[in-house]
Write a protein that binds this ligand. Sequence first.
Ligand SMILES: Nc1ncnc2c1ncn2[C@@H]1O[C@H](COP(=O)(O)OP(=O)(O)OP(=O)(O)O)[C@@H](O)[C@H]1O
Ligand SMILES: [Mg+2]
Length: 244
Amino acid sequence: MKVLTAYSHKGGTGKTTALLMLTSAIEAKGRSALLIDCDPHQSFGAFKAHSVTEDADLWSERFDLFYLPYEATTLRHLEAQLLTADESGKYDYALVNLSGTDHPFNRHVLRYAELTLLPFAPSALDLMELPAALEVIRALGEEGEIGDARVVFTKMRSRMNAAQSAYVEAALEGFPVLGTQIRETAINGDLVMRGLLGKRIAHLEAHARGLQRSEIPRYQEALKECIALLDEIDATIAQQGEIA
Ligand SMILES: Nc1ncnc2c1ncn2[C@@H]1O[C@H](COP(=O)(O)OP(=O)(O)OP(=O)(O)O)[C@@H](O)[C@H]1O
Ligand SMILES: [Mg+2]
């Protein structure tokens, strides 16, 4: 079972969106996942609630979800849950949704993740956060074993202004970055309402009429983006395994 998470000191960088994209990729590839929500906003819970509606079931039986509020739980408890999940052999992945704060709980969760994503939108505020986030990971690494971390560019526009391009350049020069980029799109921005994308596409193919059918290619494109992200994450983890 591969444990993945996304981390940032500040809120709203795109952590949950990146993880929701991974759920769609995991489902489309026929794999299973345990979703652990440690954010009091319970975005994973909202995602599930929106995925199962009266006219459509856009959720998967291969997914389980539970909520572990970080202020009312201990790392030992999280560790026990992850161990039990791993031993059950039920899940290919565990995705841990963290709140956007530099809370000690969040920092320690990074120890359990084989790969931590650090979402980065090309803005001055996000660029200011990156060194601090990477410093947390470096410091944890000095204290003991920790998985890998990769910046993932997100909310990327096809046309960026000069300042945004400069932030991207600076991030590329200073930090380990995934090649896959997450674009700023209406679908990505609203994933929590869309259900698992493969299920959404199948539902549209079966039921959509007229104009609604023209949405199918956009969903297919979004799903391709999700799968590219998961594929690169899997490849990065496999590479780390070889080095170790
Ligand atoms: N690729 C994207 N395209 C468009 N909008 C996006 C994208 N990624 C994130 N957003 C939007 O940016 C906002 C913040 O995203 P998200 O909730 O994923 O961030 P977060 O880091 O999980 O935030 P928090 O720290 O509050 O949990 C949301 O409104 C989301 O819809
Ligand atoms: Mg979030």
